[in-house]
Design a protein around this ligand. Sequence first.
Ligand SMILES: [Zn+2]
Length: 259
Amino acid sequence: MQVQKTTAILLRRVDYGDADLILTFFSEDLGKISLIAKHAKKSRKRFAGALELFSNLNIQYRRRRQGGLAVLEEAHILDPFAALRQHILKTAYASYWAELAMGWAEDDQPLAPLYHLLVYALGELDAGRQDDALLNLAFQMRFMSLAGLCPNLNYCCVCRTEVENFQIAATGFDLPRGGLCCRTCDPTHEPTLCLSRGTIKQLQWIAEGDLARIGRIRFSSAALNEAQTFMEAFVPYHLGKEPRSLKFLRQIRPRATAA
Ligand SMILES: [Zn+2]
């Protein structure tokens, strides 16, 4: 039987029988891993209270020769991210990010950049250093880039005219093509998604700028609503399904109020 050690975030925990838990982790070097934690439900002492959702842990587990889920042997807290579990809205954001990561990643497929994005975003959400709605935009944008599905916000997806040279201030976004579409290429169509030039620039910055400085971006509440509506249509469309946690987030989220 093979023992493995890694650093991983706990993204899902499900009861299994009276005593055990089935856990899904996202690890720095091993990607998504599902494990069984024996007696974890019956005795909190067994893992010293370490198995809280969204915490970043050092874990040790053992693969079984006969197959089936590997067994968690040890878990030690690296970053507890405890504050974010105290707020329902922060928990909803974290749940949405966890669902995106789990839905897209394959088992045992290493994807260190996604692990680092999760740790960074959960840490910021926990510390409350940045606006949570902006952090959510940044997470979605970076996640879609890692998934190879980043929206094209630089030029018209038909004629390739750069966005700076568009004739009008607000532009339609063509969801199936995954990019902006200028008025010349689509003069009659009434797009369901519209982005103003300012919002496009801010989204470009969020996609490519220094993540630690996103708090400096000033979104008007109208621009934040526009960007939020756009990202939360784009992500489900290109993933092929609406995450359940996104529905919940929409239900409990107040309307955008960022200055
Ligand atoms: Zn065009």
